[in-house]
Design a protein around this ligand. Structure first.
Ligand code: HEC
Ligand code: HEC
Length: 414
């Protein structure tokens, strides 16, 4: 075992010991302990601390231990009792202690230390307070205590929810950036440009998100200026060239996560109706390529979106099963890009797309071109009937790989 691994194990054992230790081992005769002194020496400093409480390990915002403390001991006590957070009969069973004791499977060592201090402080104070008649019988007014925002908002700001959104909106797309940004594939880029090009942490979305925030690739203070958006759209110079266009599907997904992340971190959401609406479609990128030849030169540099519908026994599928969007290369009368598979959330097809394969067969491809630049003006805009430029049918086995593109001709009549 490596020395630091051993240290982790030892610390964990100590942590478990402190949390599990019997009242006798720790609290040492709360009777006679001056509860006010404990409150002032151990609880008030938590209220005054600039540092986030241990809750922040799982709650990005919306919840903080400070919200469970009032300026005076009696106010704090009566409010916590009224809120059902202190068990006067069995102080060690108090719900507040259970909140504090809650730890992730792999806790951060610093937070774990903070958590232990918080736990011991509250445990000592609660024990002293319930055996102090002055506090127990205080006539201080009980005020609402704890976070005063709806549970749904608290849930939305939880680290596990935020990570799930990161995986759905960004992690699913980074395969497109992997050739140059994943440490298993980018030796040449690292040699030429430095270690910072390896921002993908292999098979570890949580570490990737943490890295992006720490190194400013995601900027919660100015979300739309995040490097993660500015680089691939070439709003600032990018060694990999243009990989995204403002308003395309990937850009929308990136913004969906980054804007929401910024709002969560800033604690902007106060009510349920401010939360972003759930999106009905899920997607995965593939290495299946589609090429369209004979595209009118006049569409040069405009975003062309191809939506694929699959032939079924009852006609074309009612929803698009794949899509792709990319600017037209006018001079070459050409458009080509990899497909993203798309599915209604929770549908059977949504489970199947994770295999990143498109079943062989006949498909209808509907084509849209952003001729008015509406996506640049409003990245939330969608291409629709006004932008429709034609459709084409194709039979393909949809082989994987840049060298095995499915090729269709741009439709000449509508
Ligand atoms: C290990 C992760 C973790 C830590 C640390 C944590 N919580 Fe939570 N918290 C959760 C989860 C998960 C839920 C969702 C409800 C459940 O499963 O009980 C939750 C729910 C809540 C809720 C109720 C909202 C709801 O969804 O019902 C409150 C209030 C809350 N936590 C407060 C706190 C406070 C205060 C702290 C710090 C003292 C804290 N939590 C620390 C994981 C955590
Ligand atoms: C063909 C190679 C290539 C591809 C593909 C590529 N990039 Fe890059 N990218 C680079 C190179 C080279 C750099 C370093 C030079 C620079 O900063 O422009 C870079 C830098 C970056 C940076 C700055 C990193 C930092 O910390 O300075 C970001 C962010 C970025 N790329 C995002 C993306 C995204 C998002 C994608 C996928 C949608 C992508 N790139 C695809 C080559 C690529």
């Amino acid at each position: 075992m490596k020395p630091h691994a051993l240290a982790v194990v030892l610390l964990n054992v100590v942590g478990v010991f402190l949390f599990m230790s019997s009242p006798l081992a720790l609290g040492q005769s709360p009777k006679g302990t001056n509860s006010l002194a404990v409150f002032e020496q151990r609880i008030l400093p938590i209220l005054q601390s600039q540092k986030p409480s241990s809750c922040s390990e799982c709650h990005l915002s919306g919840v903080d231990l400070k919200e469970y403390i009032r300026p005076t001991q009696t106010e704090t006590f009566t409010s916590l009792v009224a809120g059902g957070l202190i068990d006067v009969e069995k102080p060690d069973n108090s719900k507040l202690l259970q909140f504090i004791a809650r730890a992730p499977e792999k806790p951060n060592l610093v937070t774990e230390k903070v958590r232990r201090l918080e736990y011991e402080a509250f445990r000592a104070w609660i024990q002293a307070a319930v055996s102090d008649p002055k506090v127990l019988n205080s006539s201080a007014k009980a005020e609402p205590i704890g976070p005063q925002i709806p549970d749904e908002v608290i849930r939305h700001a939880r680290q596990d929810r935020v990570l799930a959104s990161f995986m759905e909106n960004i992690w699913t797309e980074v395969g497109r950036c992997a050739a140059c940004h994943s440490p298993d594939r980018n030796q040449k880029q690292v040699t030429e440009h430095g270690e910072q090009v390896s921002w993908i942490k292999l098979n570890d979305p949580a570490a990737t998100l943490a890295y992006m925030v720490e190194h400013g690739l995601i900027d919660p203070k100015e979300p739309e200026g995040s490097l993660l958006l500015m680089k691939p759209t070439m709003q600032v110079e990018h060694g990999g060239g243009q990989k995204m266009v403002v308003g395309d599907r990937s850009y929308k997904q990136f913004r969906r996560f980054i804007d929401d992340y910024a709002a969560v971190v800033a604690g902007k959401y106060k009510s349920t109706d401010q939360l972003p609406k759930a999106v009905g479609e899920v997607s995965v990128v593939t290495d299946i390529w589609l090429k369209i030849e004979g595209v009118p030169e006049s569409f040069d540099k405009m975003l062309l979106q191809a939506d694929l519908y699959r032939q079924t026994d009852s006609g074309w599928s009612p929803f698009r099963v794949a899509t792709s969007d990319r600017p037209v290369f006018g001079k070459g009368k050409l458009w080509q890009h990899s497909l993203s598979l798309t599915a209604p959330r929770d549908s059977k097809w949504a489970n199947e797309i994770t295999a990143q394969r498109l079943p062989p067969g006949r498909y209808l491809i509907k084509l849209y071109v952003d001729r008015t630049g509406k996506l640049q003006r409003d990245f939330n805009a969608e291409l629709n009937d006004e932008d429709f430029v034609g459709e084409v049918e194709v039979d393909s086995r949809w082989p994987v790989g840049y060298g095995k593109m499915t090729v269709v001709q741009f439709p000449t009549t509508r």
